[in-house]
Design a protein around this ligand. Structure first.
Ligand code: TYD
Ligand code: MG
Length: 456
């Protein structure tokens, strides 16, 4: 038995160090290093197939001689997942699905496993017993003879079963519950998660079987989770939504085989997840068409496009100094935009109280929200509502000019997917209107032009 070795791992980014450090040199987080036991026998590197070495040493080849055959994709029988993956499941790909506990990851994957009628699917669960999974399957009400369930956490045992069953699709629920006997530390630790993923990665690439991994993330993000895995897998999907609301969004944050601006929307029902083919139904239910002071801005949260509702209320100030109050938006920026509206637009806002609220308790710092904020204020000031199919993505300069914002295509495509019919952007963004697009682009150069078009 080799001597047990230990290394320190940063729980936030997975950086490794032989000794404890207070601050991680890789991600600059404090107090994240934790000692983990590792024991890896170098001579006996783990093989997904016991006893057979399938490693072939590769030689460099001229790129012109590499034959590329358009990978045959497997239909997932789920329109949203197919789209998010870039047109179906790629053979040999490793896909990670992350999300908070209870959001519906197991439900989604079991539903897909059951719908893939002709493929032999192995659903490995380290979290639930076979009976619990059966109960869930009954609830979903989909029959399948080709879906196999295995309740197991040891990767070596899983690979033994794989050799016997030879599935064409493998689903692991979840990567944090797996353990490899090559590593001593407990399930869910960075070194275990990394080792189990690399074993599954090798299996996926050598056998050509697509592997789906479910991964947990906590609100704090401290768990050895998707962050470490993101580098190793081909595709990262995020399953998100409010647990108390029925809608769930599936997005790609990384995809080696497709675009990352795709998004799938589901509704959690009593009988599993339902694909939402007309996403605007989510937005329409939320407000009345005739409410003044409400606009929608297309912002980016990290690299994720997000449409956010802005509400404002402008009313005559009854006391000497008008109040300016906002939640979720920078107060200085609001004052600046009010000054621009006063000076360049000629609106007498100096005598008005202005209250601004970003709905949903979100905080935005994206300058692309400027135009949505300005139009929201004027909509309330003039008591003229803005149709709910209209959204905005542009920065407003001090001269009242409409400035370009980054990643405009992503914002436009998100708005289009969410059912918006018109979007106001800067004419300096140089976006070509796609004649087939369902969304109309208003490219404008001055604030007055936008206000003119909206309020006449
Ligand atoms: P689950 O898939 O277990 O979440 P995760 O694997 O991400 O932790 O699903 C959790 C929730 O989904 C649970 O609160 C119950 C709900 N649910 C439904 O509303 N309808 C259904 O048909 C199923 C199977 C689950
Ligand atoms: Mg689960």
């Amino acid at each position: 038995m080799a001597k047990a070795k230990s290394t320190y791992f940063c729980q936030s980014c997975g950086a490794q160090s032989p000794k404890w450090l207070g601050k991680c040199p890789a991600c600059n987080e404090w107090n994240t290093f934790v000692e983990e036991l590792i024991q890896k026998d170098d001579k006996n590197t783990p093989q997904w197939k016991s006893g057979t070495s399938t490693q072939i040493s590769s030689k460099p080849k001229p790129i012109s001689q590499i034959v590329y055959n358009e990978a045959h994709r497997i239909n997932a029988f789920d329109g949203e997942l197919n789209r998010v993956l870039g047109g179906g499941i790629v053979p040999g790909s490793l896909v990670l699905i992350g999300g908070e506990p209870g959001i519906g990851k197991s439900t989604l994957m079991l539903q897909i496993a059951l719908s893939l009628g002709t493929e032999k699917v192995l659903y490995v669960s380290g979290e639930e017993s076979e009976q619990q999974i059966k109960m869930r399957a009954e609830r979903l009400g989909i029959q399948s003879d080709n879906c196999y369930i295995l309740s197991e956490t040891s990767t070596q045992n899983i690979f033994k079963q794989i050799e016997v069953l030879e599935p064409t699709i493998l689903i692991i629920d979840s990567i944090q519950t797996l353990t490899s006997s090559f590593i001593e530390s407990g399930a869910g630790s960075i070194s275990q998660v990394r080792e189990c993923t690399s074993e599954l990665l090798r299996y996926a690439k050598e056998s050509g079987t697509p592997v789906f991994l479910i991964g947990h993330i906590t609100k704090e993000g401290t768990l050895a989770g998707p962050k470490v895995l993101e580098h190793m897998v081909d595709t990262v999907l995020q399953f998100e939504g409010d647990r108390h609301l029925a809608y769930r969004i599936l997005r790609t944050t990384k995809n080696r085989f497709g675009s990352t601006s795709e998004l799938g929307i589901y509704e959690m029902t009593g009988f599993g997840l339902r694909e939402v083919t007309n996403p605007s139904e989510i937005l329409i239910s939320q407000r009345d068409d005739t409410l003044c002071g409400i606009t929608i801005g297309a912002t980016l949260e990290g690299n994720r496009p997000l449409l956010i509702e802005i509400q404002s209320l402008v009313s005559i100030a009854t006391y000497g100094t008008p109040q300016r109050s906002c939640t979720g938006f920078d107060a200085k920026r609001l004052n600046m935009l009010l000054a621009v509206l006063e000076k360049r637009g000629g609106f007498r806002l100096g005598t008005q109280d202005v209250f601004l609220n970003i709905a949903g308790g979100i905080r935005v710092e994206d300058p692309a929200m400027d135009l949505a904020v300005c139009t929201s204020i004027i909509s309330s000031y003039q008591d003229i509502y803005i149709p709910k199919e209209v959204c905005f993505a542009a920065e407003v300069g001090l001269g009242g000019e409409i400035r370009a914002v980054n990643r405009i295509e992503q914002r436009i495509s998100e708005a289009e997917k969410l059912g918006f019919k018109e979007i106001f952007i800067s004419k300096y963004n140089k976006v070509v209107q796609d004649p087939n697009a369902k969304i109309k682009i208003h490219a404008i150069g001055k604030l007055d032009e936008a206000l003119g078009e909206l309020f006449g």
